[in-house]
Ligand binder design. Structure first.
Ligand SMILES: C[S@@+](CC[C@H](N)C(=O)[O-])C[C@H]1O[C@@H](n2cnc3c(N)ncnc32)[C@H](O)[C@@H]1O
Length: 664
């Protein structure tokens, strides 16, 4: 396979900047024009280390002027709060809520409540923190927005979410100690959750505070009594299950199961193989990311921290550009990485930088200290593949400039503490951070994983379900899995946790392979080789490529069977005449494949039963049937076999259904 340098360069560029949009591309082209091709190829392209490259862009006269000139202008750009808009949205929410209360038509009522919730969500998102802007709502817009939303949520039967909003309203300044209204709302929220005892306690407090106003309490009591222990109207996601690693965690490979180990060869680098026999469905990896980031197109719909689909967003106190699913996620993010990223979110988006650049930055912003960030980044660079030999001068320049830009944002975000000067010129430690960022950008190109959840419909968890790519992450052990065009494990996510489960049985020392995208069922050999060479800098030599398996729709029924004589490992073509024995060319024995054919018919019957279980949405039953049948298939025959490939794809869908899913 010849090496298409142009295609490789295009693929490489995309891992730094998503597309041609954004100012970063302009910055790069300007610097490239300024330094000239001769300098780039003969000097910069020949530098031997990332430290030398970073030092060069900040100090060599051929480049440093345009670099410093642009980086000097890095300023916070983010979606700010808007107190007026927040209070207007709250008024709209109140209006729709009142309209819903007076509607007698259930569907109309539902629709009005939904609209009220939409406005209340916006009121929450745009309200500034407490006492930031006292001209409107006495500086309590945020607390009032949460309180309004709590009222709507109670009526929608979402008691837990309502309680959480009531707590946030209190945290953000709403005086509650003496508030009858607050305890009445608490009582109603508990009532819709079915927590009668707690509802009664809240009512008692309200009663005490109300004093002579017994009509108010009587009305509330009536509402509490009438409150249905209603299930939320739309459960957004059932709880995803974190599966147990098969035979426990491997002490040498964090997040991996004991059934796998790491090996190293000259041709394929380090990769994961079976340590012992692995069965279909065994969980070989369940790992949290070192760092993971949400794609900007999901900032409005998914939690910035845990990636859950948002129903009632909790806002950052300073920006309106991102949202969280809970106060806990908000607290965790805002106390660590988001405090440095908050004011630059729109600058990042406007730059056109790729999701991998966000992850590189996150390694630092989420670290407990600068030293910790440096240690993690340097270890990742040391341990993961980055294909330094494949890189061209342009690629080094582009990544060095991105690393410089990210370091500059850290400077402006006071990551290195208060600076004495507004100038860009980096200190020694800032140069170290930029160097480590450059290393991360190189490593991420070849090791990051796309993170996806499954979107299901209201009607069915499989029919019409779709995989939605939400972001990307870097996984320490997950990075050691090599590619094969017909993978032997399938991946899905529980939140940001990467789970890899076997989709076929493995013998000891057999490669446990993932698929990097080019899969043989959909892409022919030439397309796969081009894509893998361009995107991952290797030529694939897996069995699928060696035997040039056909696309899924072209696979015929003629499966290959294993020779049935003891200790012979040979594949035999489907017999022309089942009544006759066939001669195995390897062990030279005459054998009958009749029994294998009978077993294959049984396997296919089990695949059908499993498909029926899927149709009936009995996910766990389908998983068990697929596991057993696929194991049985591999005892008698080998891929490619259309029904088994479809069964493996279906098994993945079932496993993914036990992971993170959400409704449209
Ligand atoms: C995510 S890393 C996998 C771990 C890698 N082998 C290592 O030693 O760090 C991806 C890189 O592994 C190598 N790789 C993955 N699958 C391969 C395969 N089937 N044959 C040869 N090299 C492969 C390629 O160099 C690719 O860019």
């Amino acid at each position: 396979m010849e090496y298409d340098t142009n295609y490789h360069q295009v693929c490489s560029t995309r891992t730094v900047q998503s597309d041609k949009k954004g100012f970063f591309n302009e910055f790069y082209v300007d610097v490239k024009d300024a330094c000239g091709d001769k300098w780039l190829q003969n000097y910069f392209g020949k530098l031997k280390s990332n430290a030398a490259r970073i030092l060069s862009i900040f100090s060599d006269r051929e480049v440093c002027d345009p670099v410093l000139g642009v980086l000097e202008h890095v300023q916070p750009v983010y979606k700010q709060k808007d107190v007026l808009l927040s209070s207007q949205r709250r008024a709209q929410a109140d209006k729709f809520y009142l309209m819903s209360c007076s509607s007698e038509i259930p569907d109309e009522r539902k629709e009005l409540l939904q609209q009220a919730l939409g406005h209340a969500n916006l009121a929450v998102m745009r309200a500034p923190g407490p006492q930031v802007d006292t001209a409107i709502d006495n500086g309590l817009s945020l607390a009032m927005a949460y309180r309004t939303r709590a009222t709507i949520l109670i009526t929608m039967g979402e008691g837990e979410a309502a309680l959480s909003d009531l707590k946030l309203a209190t945290n953000f300044g709403l005086e509650t100690k003496e508030s009858v209204d607050y305890y009445c709302k608490m009582a109603k929220a508990y009532a819709v959750m079915g927590e009668k005892a707690r509802a009664e306690i809240s009512l008692k407090i309200a009663e005490k505070l109300a004093g002579a106003d017994s009509a108010l309490i009587a009305a509330c009591r009536k509402e509490v009594a009438a409150a249905q222990h209603a299930k939320p109207e739309r459960a957004q996601h059932k709880e995803a299950v974190v599966p147990a690693l098969t035979h426990g965690e491997n002490p040498a490979l964090s997040g991996a199961a004991n059934v796998v180990k790491l090996v190293d060869t000259k041709e394929k680098g380090r990769f994961v193989v079976a340590n012992e026999g692995i069965k279909t469905g065994d969980v070989v990896l369940c790992e949290n990311p070192v760092a993971a980031c949400l794609l900007p197109s999901f900032f409005g719909t998914n939690c910035h921290h845990c990636f859950k689909r948002l129903r009632t967003p909790v806002a950052c106190l300073h920006c309106s550009g991102i949202a969280f699913c809970s106060a806990q996620c908000m607290g965790e993010a805002c106390e660590s990485y988001h405090r440095f990223e908050c004011q630059f979110m729109d600058l990042f988006i406007g730059s056109g930088m790729s999701i991998l650049c966000f992850i590189a930055l996150r390694v630092f912003t989420q670290a407990s200290s600068l030293d910790d960030g440096l240690t993690t980044a340097n270890l990742l660079f040391e341990h993961l593949c980055s294909h330094q030999d494949e890189r061209q001068a342009d690629d080094h320049l582009q990544r060095s400039l991105m690393a410089g830009f990210l370091m500059r944002v850290l400077q402006k975000a006071q990551y290195f503490g208060r600076r004495k000067t507004e100038g860009v010129n980096p200190t020694a430690v800032e140069l170290q951070v930029a160097t480590a960022l450059l290393g991360l950008l190189q490593v991420l190109q070849y090791n990051a994983h796309e993170i996806y959840h499954t979107m299901v419909t209201d009607e069915h968890c499989f029919e019409g379900c779709r995989v939605i790519y939400l972001g990307a992450g870097l996984y320490g052990t997950g990075s050691y899995f090599n590619h094969e065009c017909c993978p032997s494990v399938a991946g899905y996510y529980v939140g940001k946790k990467l789970v890899l489960a076997a989709t076929k049985p493995h013998r000891p020392n057999e490669t446990v392979a993932v698929n990097y995208g080019p899969i043989f069922t959909k892409m022919n050999l030439k397309e796969r080789q081009r894509s893998l060479r361009g995107r991952y800098a290797f030529s694939c030599n897996c069995m699928t490529c060696q035997e040039n398996w056909p696309l899924l729709q072209k696979i015929d029924k003629q499966v290959r069977f294993w020779c049935t004589s003891a200790n012979c490992v040979n594949l035999l073509r489907f017999p022309k005449d089942l009544a006759k024995d066939v001669r195995c060319p390897r062990c030279r024995k005459n054998i009958s494949l009749k029994e294998s054919v009978v077993r294959l018919i049984k396997v296919e019957e089990q695949y059908r039963e499993a498909a029926e279980a899927m149709q009936a949405q009995k996910t766990n039953e389908a998983i068990d049937l697929f596991k057993e049948a696929i194991d049985a298939f591999f005892q008698i025959a080998a891929l490619p076999h259309k029904d088994t490939l479809i069964a493996q794809q279906s098994l993945l869908k079932c496993l993914a259904d036990t992971g993170s899913t959400f409704k449209k």
